[in-house]
Design a binder for this molecule. Structure first.
Ligand SMILES: [Fe+2]
Ligand SMILES: [Fe+2]
Length: 134
């Protein structure tokens, strides 16, 4: 898989505050990528990974609050996937520490961003937009 962490407008889901967060997430992922040759013990890498984890949690919470607000019917489905991503992120971060290799984590990040954002988040965005403008 090719590593492409540049923003592309096809990631837009049309819900402004969430689009801003997705851009920020990609930005942090790019920072992680730029540190790929550093040792796992490097303070900069550790700090960036911590930021990624925290920001991801904040982002998932934001989406979950919006879904609750508009009684999104696929709320549970999204929430389950968020939980899975969180758990996997945690495991991958542990793995980076023990194996000193960040490549698998990077592939996971891209898969998550492209997959989840363009599928589940996009469909959620259509629903929220529809309910907001009514
Ligand atoms: Fe998202
Ligand atoms: Fe999501």
């Amino acid at each position: 898989m090719e590593i492409d962490l540049e923003w592309n407008d096809h990631y837009l889901i049309g819900v402004e505050e969430i689009d801003v967060q997705h851009k920020m997430l990609l930005k942090i992922m790019r920072q992680v990528f730029s540190l790929k040759d550093q040792e796992a013990s490097s303070p900069e890498l550790k700090k960036t990974l911590r930021e990624l984890k925290k920001y991801a949690q904040f982002h998932f919470k934001s989406e979950e609050m919006l879904m609750e607000l508009y009684s999104y019917p696929k709320y549970e489905d999204q929430k389950t996937e968020h939980k899975l991503i969180n758990a996997k992120l945690k495991t991958m971060m542990e793995q980076v520490k023990t194996e000193n290799d960040i490549s698998e984590l990077l592939y996971f990040l891209i898969e998550w961003f492209v997959g989840h954002t363009r599928d589940k988040d996009r469909i959620m965005g259509i629903f929220i937009n529809k309910n907001r403008s009514e």
